[in-house]
Design a protein around this ligand. Structure first.
Ligand code: MRU
Length: 365
């Protein structure tokens, strides 16, 4: 996507060949800065501290992290150790493990001297494939938006939660890709952007992206969506996912489930947009099977923002001493999901629906 007229991916080789550049998402929306990761340890810190975040992007970063580890020490011991260390950075998004498994299984049979170059090449392929998948998700999802646009004379109102845009992937995004493709092809779209407490990825990142791309949007408090749906102001919801089961249960940023409940009550279609790397074919029950990341209480107790005089400040917003819980994700059961938008088309959120798009998984099912 373009920032100030220059096209960026969220992750790309450093110009000096000495590392991998990422956009520091902890600095957005107030500063657009890139950061160079020069070691496996720096890649792990970037994922853990959410300098990079979003399921497909942390997968691509982990793949490059393994490549950086192979540059440091291409032995079997370090390959297995780095894979385990990177896998431990965040527990919920399956893309992280998918990317590490893919790179590690490709590297294992190779001689140690071949591993660095092969790992960087495989990480680059993962990044390129993610861009292609997200673009295809955009095409399939845009057809849904265009279908609604054909039946109305006003902009199509899409509600989204968290940030599943290009910042969460290598480019284009998952939930936002259909919006970009529809907007770019002349379909009038307006996006309701959930602020997405506690880290505010909607208010900070999704709004930043939509502003940069010129897509009409409105930021709302997380609790506003149900009211808007009751009053006919939401035509459809599209969210991303960090892990989706083979049965169509969708795990995404905390609060997604409540939007799906409100959507069902109001008859609003609720879609999840995700690439194949987000599907966990080993799980049939997302509520009991998907590990939910518990993040630092400080994300709930404190807010960081820019003061009127331009300084970045962090302030406490919770009564001191009160206990805090911070589960970062929840699971929307398949029964509440109208469809899953993938790079291969739109599937019903059922085992048969997903296997219909991924018939090569039938043998394993
Ligand atoms: O905790 P985050 O910011 O990594 O969570 C991101 C999300 O929940 C996104 O919706 C999800 O990763 C989909 S990314 C295309």
């Amino acid at each position: 996507m373009k920032i100030d007229g220059r096209h960026y991916r969220t992750i790309f080789p450093a110009p000096d060949g000495e590392g991998i550049c990422v956009i520091d998402q902890t600095r957005l929306p107030f500063a657009f800065e890139t950061k160079t990761l020069r070691s496996e340890a720096e890649a792990a810190v970037a994922i853990r501290t959410m300098i990079v975040r979003g399921a497909p992007l942390i997968g691509a970063t982990a793949a490059y992290g393994l490549a950086l580890a192979m540059r440091e020490d291409p032995s079997d011991g370090n390959l297995d150790g780095a894979r385990a260390r990177l896998a431990a950075t965040r527990p919920t998004a399956i893309n992280l493990r998918w990317a590490l498994d893919r790179v590690a299984s490709m590297l294992h049979p190779l001689a140690s001297g071949e591993r660095e170059a092969a790992a960087f090449a495989e990480a680059a392929r993962i990044a390129d494939e993610d861009v292609a998948s997200c673009r295809a998700i955009g095409e399939h999802g845009a057809a849904l938006i265009a279908g609604i646009a054909a039946r109305t004379s006003r902009p199509v109102n899409v509600l989204t939660h968290c940030n599943a845009g290009w910042l969460a992937t290598v480019d284009w995004g998952t939930a936002l890709a259909p919006i970009y493709v529809a907007h770019d092809s002349g379909v009038a779209v307006h996006v309701w952007v959930d602020e997405t407490r506690p880290r505010n990825q909607g208010a900070a990142l999704t709004a930043f992206e939509l502003n940069a791309h010129g897509v009409p949007h409105t930021v709302i408090a997380d609790n506003a969506g149900g009211h808007l749906m009751q009053h006919g102001q939401v035509d459809l919801c599209i969210v991303g996912s960090d892990r989706t089961t083979s049965t169509g249960d969708v795990c995404n940023k905390i609060g997604t489930y409540l939007k799906a409940l409100a959507a069902r009550d109001c008859g609003v279609p609720f879609y999840a947009a995700l690439p194949f790397s987000t599907i966990d074919w080993t799980l049939t029950d997302g509520v009991t099977g998907i590990p939910i990341e518990e993040r630092d209480a400080r994300e709930v107790t404190h807010l960081t923002g820019r003061t009127d005089d331009g300084a970045i400040a962090t302030v406490a917003v919770v009564s001191p001493g009160s206990p805090v819980a911070n589960p970062a994700f929840d699971v929307t059961p398949a029964r509440l999901v109208t469809g899953i938008i993938t790079e291969r088309g739109v599937a019903e959120a059922t085992p048969e629906g997903l296997l219909g798009l991924y018939p090569e998984r039938r043998a394993a099912a």
